[in-house]
Design a protein around this ligand. Structure first.
Ligand SMILES: Cc1cc2nc3c(=O)[nH]c(=O)nc-3n(C[C@H](O)[C@H](O)[C@H](O)COP(=O)(O)OP(=O)(O)OC[C@H]3O[C@@H](n4cnc5c(N)ncnc54)[C@H](O)[C@@H]3O)c2cc1C
Length: 559
């Protein structure tokens, strides 16, 4: 299904009506089927804002945290509306591996003889020897741990089908609690298991009468006055499938509360360089082709006084902050595969190439020089530090610039790569030539601030080839370099790292309420998931934990 066939206000697996509803008829109709009744609205309310819609709880973002939050609010009797900027629900959770860190001693753990308790879960995420444990807010971690058991049952009751505990130790040593969901059948977005988390929840949400407005981007949170009083509602703008504005702002009043669940800030270079100045624009955010992470929620909340929480988590480089990934395409994260038939393929541009053996490539920076052992693990902090090190762009004093994988025709044969669209994106992310000098000259990309020096690239390759002869990489200690780069054509594929998670965001308390710079609650405002700070966990379960608490809390406020 092409995204253009999906009407705003409809989910991709809902029946489609054909032509997209225009905004006027959409508003006049009271919106899509299954909508919770909304009150007739005055043209201009007492607060001076012309409200177009009104519900009890507005949730911003239909990903992991948002869907859980909406269901939680609805089950406590609130009318709920979700606004989602993408043309489909799911957020990054849709693209995820769908493995939740959820334990505490549930029936599935007991069935396989795993001994677990909430205290052990708390210890997992608060151990000071792990950076995330050192820098996360223990009160939030405790809440997370104490909710694991009940959340397991609750998610099951709301449609999640559990598959199995992974068993194999993961790099965080928390495999005891890593539980996969069953993927959604015939998923159109790709092979990732995460659909098995968000599709069932979206189905449940609709069955409960929760309305999900697609391609509606929140641009503002209204508060009684900028830095005081309760929050009143949000401004949204309809966007096209490339997130470009399509219509004037619509205002949605929230009688009880607003939950920010916008998925984080990793895709916003201005925002993320507040925490790490090296994370400049050449580093794409993994999965940006499915869901942007432009810190919309954080910025809107900060504009009305919200603080940020546990910002040190963002700079720990723990757990996949930057991915080595695929190559030959713009967003080259390692984890997500994309089909050429996926509805968002038009944004991705290419499937990308997976490097099965890093003996087959060398990695060079914009200056044509190698910088590290190509065999380094994805999470090797020294590799990341070398990748992010400045090479001298006088216009851009921070960031390491583009990284290119260079290889020859024999590497292509060994890896069995197909070097044409849809596998690679020749529009700035993949180049070939018969000589290394020609290849260097051809590399034109918005982040390649000067032509790659051809002589430098040749010298790099010749030196590397000499390491293959000698069997020793004296520069970067790549274990026994095996293959020379000698057979034309030669290739350059974009291999610049991607950012994975957002580990800081809006400061919240243990019920998901947003705190301001003075530590006070901003009345009626909540946050969860990757847009909430305080607890640097990779994950769906963190989003679900605080999303559920926020939804419950908001629904029980007076209207
Ligand atoms: C490849 C990959 C694998 C992963 N694997 C796992 C895993 O196995 N286990 C795990 O626990 N976690 C995993 N994660 C991480 C997990 O997906 C995220 O932590 C989780 O989805 C965060 O939930 P969220 O609700 O904060 O954000 P999301 O799920 O991303 O949802 C945010 C939603 O908000 C929308 N939005 C943003 N701005 C606006 C706006 N202004 N207006 C309206 N809507 C907006 C977005 O479009 C998006 O749909 C993985 C992530 C990736 C990319």
């Amino acid at each position: 299904m092409s995204p253009k066939e999906i009407s705003p206000g409809k989910d991709a697996d809902e029946p489609q009506t054909g032509a997209a509803m225009d905004r006027r008829s959409f508003l006049a109709s009271g919106a899509a089927a299954g909508a919770v009744a909304t009150a007739a609205l005055p043209a201009q309310a007492a607060d001076g804002i012309a409200w177009d819609r009104e519900v009890d709880v507005v949730v911003i973002g239909a990903g992991a945290g948002g869907l859980v939050s909406a269901i939680a609010a609805r089950e406590k009797g609130a009318s709920v509306l979700i606004v989602e900027k993408n043309f489909d629900i799911g957020g990054r959770a849709m693209m995820s591996f769908g493995g939740l860190y959820i334990g505490g001693g549930n029936r599935m753990q007991k069935a396989i003889g795993v001994d677990d308790t909430p205290d052990k879960v708390f210890a997992d995420w608060s151990r000071p020897e792990k950076p995330m444990g050192r820098f996360s807010d223990r009160a939030l971690v405790r809440t997370y741990a104490d909710n694991n058991l009940d959340l397991f049952d609750w998610l099951e009751q709301h449609g999640i089908k559990w598959d199995a505990y992974r068993g194999a130790p993961d790099r965080l040593d928390r495999s005891r609690t890593r539980l996969n969901v069953v993927p959604w059948p015939n998923e159109v977005t790709g092979p990732s298991r995460g659909s098995g988390f968000v599709r069932p929840l979206a189905k449940t949400a609709r069955e409960m009468g929760i309305e999900i407005l697609l391609q509606q981007q929140m641009t503002k949170i209204h508060r009684e006055s900028q830095l005081s009083g309760r929050v009143l509602g949000i401004g949204v703008i309809e966007v096209d499938d490339r997130f470009q504005p399509k219509s004037r702002t619509m205002n949605i009043r929230a009688r009880k509360g607003i939950v920010v669940a916008t998925g984080g800030s990793a895709g916003n270079p201005i925002f993320r360089t507040m925490f790490d100045v090296r994370l400049t624009a050449e580093y794409q955010a993994e999965n940006n082709d499915w869901t942007e992470r432009t810190a919309d929620g954080e910025i809107a909340a900060m504009e009305i006084g919200a603080a940020l929480g546990a910002t040190a988590c963002q700079t720990t480089q723990d757990d996949n902050l930057i991915n080595k990934g695929r190559m030959g395409k713009r967003c080259n994260g390692s984890a997500t595969q994309i089909y050429a038939t996926a509805p968002h393929f038009f944004r991705a541009g290419a499937i990308g190439l997976t490097v099965s053996d890093y003996q087959d490539v060398i990695l060079v920076k914009e200056n044509g020089l190698r910088f590290y052992d190509e065999m380094a693990r994805n999470q090797d902090y020294e590799y990341i530090a070398a990748a992010l090190a400045w090479t001298g762009d006088p216009q851009k004093m921070n960031g390491g610039g583009p990284i290119w994988a260079i290889f020859d025709a024999e590497a292509v044969a060994r890896e069995k790569w197909q070097l044409k669209p849809p596998y690679v994106d020749p529009r700035g992310y993949f180049f070939s030539a018969d000589t290394l000098e020609e290849l260097a000259a051809k590399i034109v990309n918005e982040h390649q601030w000067r032509p790659m020096p051809g002589a430098a690239l040749r010298q790099t390759v010749e030196r590397y080839n000499s390491f293959v002869d000698s069997g020793v990489d004296v520069d970067f200690k790549k274990p026994r370099p095996l293959h020379k780069l000698a057979t034309p054509p030669f290739y350059a594929a974009w291999h610049t790292p991607c950012l994975h998670d957002s580990y800081t965001g809006i400061r919240i308390n243990t019920t998901g309420q947003v705190l301001d710079l003075h530590g006070n609650v901003i009345p009626s405002l909540y946050a969860c998931g990757d847009s909430a700070g305080g607890f640097g966990q990779h994950g769906i379960c963190r989003a679900a934990t605080f999303g559920r608490l926020a939804g419950w809390h908001a629904a029980q406020l007076p209207a």
